[in-house]
Write a protein that binds this ligand. Structure first.
Ligand code: DLL
Length: 433
């Protein structure tokens, strides 16, 4: 069951030819953007000598820094008047960045999103409740227009106000939801408090989770709690937003749409390609964007291309669950740690609740790491001895994974502040040298 069978199942050699053609068009377009014009002049790249995919590695990379330097319109490859929407990053970690779209870009993004959701079994008869923030965050409008394009009854609930979300789900008969993973876990607690059992009282069958790293353990918890199948969804604002890669019903990685993006996975240090199956940094080139094409954009997301064809029949390659951005990694006592490692471990402990946070601090001249972990309410108010034993069990397990001993603080449900958007997993209070 395909949304666009021809594109989704295109034989690999034809897919490569299509990519080469689209790459040439994209490069010609990009040359109209002041930033790329300058960059290609400075780096002496003759665009007319680029003959397609095999020459891709002769092109310079584009980085987040470049996007910041080109703020707001230096990457624009069309007249300003042709732009119908922009999305901007929050700029919390530096100068904000901007991504612009013309009418074609928005239509092809909505189509890709419809393709993703159709692939998972979404149909026009479904009721789709979109529970992520609308506005500059691309998850809201991205899923919204895709769902309408597919023909679903679309409920633009937005983020937060969980009780109202639950009422909407009941009243409108939601069958599919889109939620950020950390919020999905929180929602399970609200269901409990409200005395609503999703399996009994709702008609949910599918949930889309993405926009931040999460583990298989979290997927399982949400699936059990909601009584719905969870599909992983990946994207980034620089490549329009969600819709870059999505799981099919086989759930063995996410198909990355190669008619819309050229995919490279490179060693982040040498910037040489890594073999299939090996982890590296995902680098993407847009192939179907007119207003603001991006060439060899370094996403900083770590993943691997999964080898072999997918039994679903789609020929687009699959990427593994994203481990996080290279800059999500922090170093404690000389050990590199990704929040996802901690989450994977915590969420496999049944007594652990639905939220956690990592606090980094100084302890004399050394670093300290404290993992605050919410535990299930009954357990938290149970006997002190078992609580102590649980704390010890989690500490030992974390030590086994991280090779140093972190502090573990068990806290009550809802003790850790919850944001409506992406979760803040790490608070670094260490002195900066
Ligand atoms: O988060 C777009 C999106 C919205 C994707 C809704 C999926 C669902 P940004 O705010 O620009 O865009 O953040 C993009 O989030 O580079 C990854 O580091 C991370 N990310 C996105 N999806 C996943 C995922 C949207 N499924 C950044 N797993 C990306 C892990 C993800 N990390």
């Amino acid at each position: 069951m395909f949304w666009e069978e021809t594109f989704e199942t295109l034989p690999r050699d034809q897919l490569r030819s299509l990519q080469s053609e689209r790459l040439k068009d994209t490069l010609a377009r990009a040359a109209a953007a002041p930033y790329y014009r300058r960059m290609y002049q400075e780096s002496g790249v003759a665009l007319d000598r680029i003959n397609g995919l095999s020459d891709l590695n002769r092109l310079p990379f584009t980085t987040k820094q470049d996007l910041r330097a080109g703020y707001p319109f230096e990457f624009l490859a069309v007249d300003r008047e042709a732009v119908v929407r922009l999305h901007s990053s929050s700029g919390t970690t530096g100068q904000a960045t901007v991504v612009c779209h013309n009418a074609h870009d928005l239509a092809s993004w909505a189509n890709l999103m419809a393709r993703c959701m159709f692939m998972t079994g979404a149909r026009p008869a479904d009721v789709f409740q979109n529970m992520t923030g609308y506005g500059m965050f691309t998850g809201g409008l991205g899923f919204h227009y895709g769902a309408e394009r597919l023909g679903m009854l679309t409920v633009p609930a937005g983020a937060g106000n969980s009780r109202r979300q639950i009422k909407f789900m009941q009243d409108f008969g939601a069958t599919i939801v889109h939620v950020i993973p950390s919020y999905a876990l929180h929602l399970l607690s609200v269901f409990e408090e409200a005395g609503v059992d999703p399996r009994r009282d709702l008609r949910l069958r599918i949930a889309y989770l993405g926009a931040e790293p999460y583990s298989e353990q979290t997927r399982r918890r949400v699936e059990e709690g909601l009584g719905a199948k969870v599909f992983n969804s990946y994207g980034l604002s620089e490549m329009s937003g969600p819709g870059v890669a999505f799981e099919c019903p086989e759930q063995n990685g996410m198909h990355i749409w190669e008619d819309a993006f050229v995919v490279e996975v490179l060693n982040p240090t040498t910037l040489e390609p890594v073999p299939e199956g090996e982890e590296g940094e995902l680098v993407l080139t847009s192939l179907d964007r007119e207003a603001m094409p991006l060439i060899r954009y370094r996403t900083r997301d770590l993943t691997a291309i999964l080898p072999g064809p997918c039994p679903c029949g789609r020929t687009h390659r699959r990427i593994a669950r994203i481990k996080g951005r290279s800059d999500d990694m922090f170093i404690v006592k000389g050990v590199n740690v990704f929040p996802l490692q901690v989450e994977t471990l915590l969420m496999s402990v049944p007594e652990v609740g639905r939220n956690y946070q990592i606090i980094l601090d100084n302890e004399g001249s050394l670093d300290s790491m404290t993992v605050q972990v919410e535990v299930q309410r009954e357990f938290f108010h149970g006997d002190v001895k078992s609580l102590k034993a649980l704390q010890q069990r989690i500490t030992t397990a974390l030590k086994g994974e991280l090779l140093f001993t972190p502090k573990v603080a068990l806290v009550e449900p809802d003790a850790i502040p919850k944001s409506d958007g992406k979760a803040v997993r790490v608070i670094d209070r260490r002195r900066k040298e």
